[in-house]
Design a protein around this ligand. Structure first.
Ligand code: ATP
Ligand code: MG
Length: 422
């Protein structure tokens, strides 16, 4: 019986996985440069963690979460995490990480789950690489987080990504904006999609985030949040921008970018690429100064982002240089004596750090050589009864075609001397 994977849930196979590993390696490198530590948090959390932190009227909480009742008799509702920030903040609060060191720079990588319509660049299980800087409310850390992303994109060789920047203000200044925006929307209520009409009162900002053409059209002349910022938010935002300019990072202000989630305030951002079609955001994030307290911790500001790995990999494409390393040696065996020799001999070489592939079936020498070629092995050793008897074999360099006789006992030295690549 053939069973297929669920729609929106993808396998990542050899040929593509190398790009994923490349991306993860560069992410780890850049996080180390900026002094972020890795955290691993559970994939399943209590549903209330997400409904509470992301907000009840968000797309994620309204319709996209994979939620189920635990079978433990108590029927607690559990959810496959749709994003990472809530879990990281929960962990920070639960472990009281702030007791020993209130400023924590944390990163994570792993799968997230949202029941969205699967399409190019949008899956139901997708991977994010994300980071949270907790405990600092100053604009310098906002700039650092943005510079970290800029450096990461350079490190993976991704060009053509654009930084869009906005400020959502704070509890002081946003209510006034909210009120004016709501009044503006009410005048155009009949032009909005049913979804926006329904949640407009509870969350008018979200209308600006709606992807429906009608809503975009109707809100074209909407008031800009940037005209409503209080002095503190204005100063904060101005400093972030100044630091970006001083560091040579281009950005574009986008006052319509409100981000989907309730916890954001002040600086919000998205890095987009024009090569991704409509799912064009590669990374996104922002500041969330109330979230730690909301989840039971002490008042603690925070800022973070998440990057979509599938979209990054799509942009980077497959590259020969990122393919799996070729084996150092391929051992072709003919005859039973060679076959008994090969396993312990290969085992010893592998213990010395030499990567070896070999053939266990009794295939012809020709087909074994074809396989060595296909694997792009650096060297091939052909072993037959004769070689076992004399204790000598021929080592063939597959690129230069150079052949040299080696003693089987000195095989390891011969290979290491020729600098097999590890
Ligand atoms: P979008 O507007 O593209 O739906 P979002 O605002 O919902 O993005 P976030 O929740 O901020 O996205 O997640 C950060 C990043 O994770 C996105 O910029 C994107 O690269 C990636 N991402 C989000 N949802 C998906 C998905 N369903 N499939 C693949 N990648 C995703
Ligand atoms: Mg989304």
């Amino acid at each position: 019986m053939k069973i297929s994977a669920i729609k929106g849930f993808a396998d990542i196979l050899p040929g593509e996985i190398e790009t994923w590993q490349f991306v993860e390696e560069k992410a780890r490198a850049v996080f180390a440069l900026y002094n972020f530590s890795e955290v691993r948090i559970p994939i399943v959390e209590k549903t209330e963690l997400f409904s509470r932190s992301l907000g009840e009227t968000t797309d994620i909480v309204e319709k996209e979460m994979y939620t189920f009742a635990d079978q433990d008799g108590k029927g607690a509702l559990l959810t496959l995490r749709p994003e990472g920030t809530a879990g990281v903040v929960r962990a920070y609060v639960e472990a009281e990480l702030y007791q020993t060191e209130p400023v924590r720079k944390l990163f994570y990588l792993g799968p997230m789950f949202r029941r969205e319509r699967p399409q190019k660049g949008r899956l139901r299980q997708f991977y994010q690489i994300g980071a949270e800087a907790l405990g600092r409310g100053d604009p310098f850390v906002d700039a650092e987080v943005l510079l970290l992303l800029r450096d990461f994109f350079s490190l993976v060789g991704l060009d053509g990504v654009i930084l869009e920047l906005n400020s959502l203000g704070c509890v002081q200044c946003r209510p006034r904006y909210r009120k004016d925006l709501l009044a503006f929307l009410k005048e155009r209520e009949d032009k909005l999609c049913p979804n926006c009409r329904r949640r407009m009162e509870r969350n008018p900002l979200r209308v600006l985030d709606c992807k429906e053409e009608a809503c975009r059209e109707a809100t074209r002349g909407a008031p800009s949040i940037l005209d409503y910022l209080c002095q503190d938010c204005r100063d904060h935002f101005e400093t972030v921008q100044q630091l970006l300019r001083d560091s040579g990072v281009d950005y574009k202000l986008n006052p319509r970018m409100v981000r989907g989630l309730d916890y954001y305030c002040r600086t919000t951002f998205e890095w987009t690429s024009d090569r991704l079609g409509s799912q064009n955001a590669v990374a996104a994030g922002g500041r969330y100064d109330g979230l730690v307290e909301d989840l039971g911790g002490p008042p603690t500001p925070g800022i973070g982002f998440a990057m979509g790995v599938e979209r990054l990999v799509l942009l980077l494409g497959a590259k020969e240089s990122r393919q799996a390393p070729r084996p150092d040696l391929y051992v072709a065996c003919v005859g039973s004596a060679a076959r008994s020799w090969v396993i312990p001999a290969v085992h010893k070489l592998r213990q010395k750090g030499i990567s070896v592939e070999m053939d266990g079936e009794e295939r012809s020498l020709k087909s074994q050589m074809r396989r060595a070629d296909k694997l792009k092995a650096q060297f091939v050793l052909i072993m037959g009864d004769e070689e076992i008897k004399t204790g000598k074999g021929i080592l063939r360099h597959m690129d230069t075609k150079e052949q040299l006789e080696v003693s089987l006992r000195g095989l390891e030295e011969a290979l290491l001397a020729r600098k097999v690549s590890h």
